[in-house]
Design a protein around this ligand. Structure first.
Ligand SMILES: Cc1ncc(COP(=O)(O)O)c(C=O)c1O
Length: 401
C-alpha cells in the first residue's frame, strides 16, 4: 500500500500534514468551486471535477511566495540557476533519471508547450496520434492547429486499459508524424510499464515519428508502480520532447510554470527561437518561485499526500464494491483522477449527467470530453479532504444503488 520509498530530509522532516482540513476555496475565482453554474448549470453540486488539489501546498512554497510578496517591487525577473537545478535534482532523486541542464527550456505551460511543438515541428494536415480516452486539450491542439487527428483507442483487458500495439503500428506505418503521449495517463490512471514505453520508443524510432510526452502527473504514482520519464530512452530518438510541471503535484496550477526537456540541439534552438519571437522566455515571479520551491521542497509532504490520496482511492473503490458494484472503477496506478464506468446502467450520457448533477448533486467530469470511447464513463477527482469524499460517495451510492 505504500508509495515507493524516498529519502526524507530538511526542516519539515517530522511534520505531519493535515489533509483532512477543509480549506474554503469559494469566492477565490476558483474554477472548481466558483464556476459550477457555468459547467453544471447549477451551483448545487459537490465539485469533484477539474484536476487540482483542495489541499494547501508544502510550507516551503507558501513561505517563498509570502516572503517575495513582502518585497514591494515586482519587476522583470530571470530564471535563477536554482530553478533548473531543483528540477534536475528532483528527477534524479524521485526517478533516478539524469537530465542535462542544457536540455531544459522554459515553457509557459504544458498545453502551450505542446501547441508550440505542433506548430513548429509539423505541417498543416500532418497526422498526429493520441491514445484515447485522453485529456481534452490533446484533441484541441491537433484540431485547432489543423493537423489530422489519428486515435488509437486504449483497450480494456482484464479490467485494465492497455495500448493496442498492433493498431498503433498499423497507424504509424501510415505516415503518422507525431505522437502526443500522456504519462501517467489522464483520465484512465495508468502508469505505463517500462516494457510499454520501450515498445512506443522502438516504434517511433522505426517509423521516424516525433514523440512528445506530457508528464505533468509524474509524481502522483501509487503502490509498487514507478513512473519512468521518457527522457530515459531519448538517446534512441532524435525527435523527442517531454514536458514537465509541478502544478498538479503541489496544487499550484494558478501560478503555473513548466519546462520542456529537449535533448536534440536543433529542436531545442528552434523551440527557444519561437519563445523569443513571442517574447515568452521569462515567467511570472511567483510562478518561478513556486516551481523552484516545489522541486526543492519537502518530500515528506509528497509522501503523506500520496498516502492520503491512495486511502481516498481505496475508500471509493471499496464503498462502490460493497454498496454499488454496478459502478465499476479501474485500478488507480497514478493521478488523483478515478475513471468510473457507469455503462451497467444503460443510460445515455445526457441522462447519466443529469442524474449525477440533479439527483446525486455531484460535479464529475463528463467522460465524453476525453473522446467518444469515454461514453458511459465519468472522471472523479479524489484530491479532497476525506469528509468531502465520503459525502460525495454517499450521494453517489444512494442515487445509483
Ligand atoms: C495531462 C495534462 N496535461 C496538462 C495539463 C495542464 O497543464 P498546464 O496548466 O501547465 O497547461 C493537465 C491538467 O489537468 C493535464 O491533466
Amino acid at each position: 500500500m505504500k508509495p515507493f520509498s524516498i529519502s526524507l530530509g530538511g526542516e519539515f522532516e517530522k511534520m505531519k500534514y493535515d489533509f483532512d482540513k477543509i480549506i474554503d476555496r469559494k469566492n477565490t475565482d476558483c474554477y472548481k468551486w466558483d464556476y459550477l453554474k457555468e459547467i453544471f448549470t447549477t451551483d448545487d453540486v459537490l465539485p469533484l471535477w477539474v484536476a487540482d488539489l483542495d489541499f494547501a501546498p508544502p510550507p516551503k512554497i507558501l513561505k517563498a511566495i509570502e516572503n517575495r510578496a513582502k518585497h514591494p517591487i515586482y519587476g522583470y525577473t530571470f530564471h535563477p540557476q536554482n530553478y533548473y537545478s531543483s528540477f534536475i535534482n528532483w528527477h534524479k532523486k524521485r526517478f533516478d533519471c539524469n537530465i542535462d541542464s542544457d536540455w531544459i527550456i522554459h515553457n509557459p505551460s504544458i498545453v502551450t508547450g505542446f501547441n508550440l511543438i505542433i506548430q513548429n515541428f509539423t505541417q498543416r494536415n500532418d497526422k498526429i496520434l493520441i491514445f484515447t480516452p485522453v485529456y481534452t486539450p490533446f484533441y484541441d491542439a491537433i484540431n485547432l492547429n489543423e493537423r489530422q487527428l489519428i486515435t488509437s483507442e486504449l483497450q480494456i483487458r482484464q479490467k485494465q486499459y492497455e495500448i493496442d500495439f498492433d493498431d498503433l503500428e498499423m497507424k504509424l506505418k501510415n505516415d503518422v508524424k507525431m505522437i502526443l503521449f500522456c504519462s501517467p495517463h489522464n483520465p484512465i490512471g495508468r502508469v505505463w510499464k517500462k516494457s510499454e514505453l520501450i515498445k512506443i520508443v522502438e516504434l517511433c524510432e522505426r517509423y521516424n515519428v516525433f514523440l512528445v510526452s506530457d508528464e505533468i502527473h509524474a509524481d502522483i504514482v501509487f503502490e509498487n508502480k514507478r513512473n519512468i520519464p521518457l527522457v530515459s530512452f531519448s538517446t534512441k530518438l532524435e525527435k523527442f520532447i517531454s514536458l514537465h510541471s509541478p502544478a498538479k503535484t503541489f496544487g499550484i496550477s494558478g501560478i503555473t510554470n513548466s519546462i520542456a526537456v529537449i535533448p536534440n540541439k536543433i529542436l531545442r534552438t528552434q523551440f527557444s527561437d519561437t519563445l523569443k519571437k513571442l517574447h515568452w522566455e521569462s515567467g511570472n515571479i511567483f510562478g518561478l518561485l513556486a516551481f523552484e520551491a516545489a522541486y526543492s521542497s519537502d518530500e515528506n509532504w509528497l509522501e503523506q499526500l500520496l498516502e492520503y490520496l491512495y486511502e481516498n482511492y481505496l475508500f471509493v473503490k471499496n464503498e462502490l464494491l460493497k454498496k454499488c458494484p454496478e459502478i465499476v472503477s479501474f485500478n488507480l496506478e497514478g493521478t488523483y483522477l478515478m475513471w468510473l464506468d457507469f455503462r451497467n446502467f444503460g443510460l445515455t450520457q445526457e441522462k447519466l449527467i443529469k442524474k449525477l448533477v440533479y439527483e446525486a448533486k455531484l460535479g464529475f467530469s463528463d467522460g465524453t470530453i476525453y473522446g467518444k470511447d469515454g461514453t458511459g464513463f465519468m472522471r472523479m477527482n479524489i484530491a479532497c479532504p476525506r469528509s468531502i469524499l465520503k459525502k460525495a460517495v454517499k450521494q453517489l451510492v444512494n442515487n445509483f444503488k
